[in-house]
Design a protein. Structure first.
Lengths: 112, 116
């Protein structure tokens, strides 16, 4: 079954430093892939999505993600984090037309 | 994009009671979904709610515990019945919108329930 794995439970990064969150997928064909962010006390917001085409995807809030088929990865990156990026980040892959399988999430802490 | 409103945003409940969560969407949608996020966990789909038919529940979730209503194309409710501390979670309503070749899930802000 389609699934995603987020190897890092918690990452701490300094404000202004770069950030990379890992996501590995298990999928038979070319997957659709999503990154969502959940800020403290909030619901989930879609950061970006990959359906096909260009493997480097730009999202909101300055985030990007790169699809690498050879590594079965869809890592999320941001060149310079802001304190407001402290949140939990979820990678997800569709199981069917409407159901997503979410990774366990990575909590990002930003230190001043 | 669609706006999804949930209420209550949070509540503290007593063991054995039931609570109904409301989800209102600002546009008509065929399918609405209810997810649960237990503390420190990822999201799990509880059920799919279609207007005019019974909700479809995922493995591990039953109608007696999580009854769902879907009276029209913009509204749904999820009731958490006979609550226990293990039901303390964030419950999220979501919809899908077709865009750029696939369905994309959009979520409400969630309802954070604490059961004492």
């Amino acid at each position: 079954a389609q699934s995603v794995t987020q190897p890092d439970i918690h990452i701490t990064v300094s404000e202004g430093a770069s950030l990379e969150l890992r996501c590995n997928y298990s999928y038979g064909a070319t997957p659709y892939l999503f990154w969502y962010v959940q800020s403290p006390g909030q619901g989930l917001q879609l950061l970006l999505k990959y359906f096909s085409g260009d493997t480097l995807v730009q999202g909101i809030k300055g985030f990007e993600a790169e699809f690498k088929r050879s590594q079965s990865s869809f890592n999320l990156r941001k060149p310079s984090v802001h304190w407001s990026d402290a949140a939990e980040y979820f990678c997800a892959v569709p199981i069917n037309d409407y159901k997503l399988s979410f990774g366990a999430g990575t909590t990002v802490t930003v230190r001043a | 994009s669609a706006v999804i409103s949930q209420k209550p945003s949070r509540d503290i409940c007593q063991r054995g009671t039931s609570l109904t969560i409301q989800c209102q969407v600002d546009s008509q949608v065929t399918m609405m979904f209810w997810y649960r996020q237990q503390p420190g966990q990822s999201l799990t789909l509880i059920a799919t709610a279609n207007q005019g038919s019974e909700a479809t529940y995922e493995s591990g979730f039953v109608i007696d515990k999580f009854p769902i209503s879907r009276p029209n194309l913009t509204f749904s409710t999820l009731t958490v019945s006979n609550m226990s501390p293990e039901d303390s979670s964030i419950y999220l309503c979501s919809i899908t919108k077709w865009g750029a070749g696939a369905n994309v899930l959009t979520f409400g802000a969630g309802s954070r329930l604490t059961v004492l």
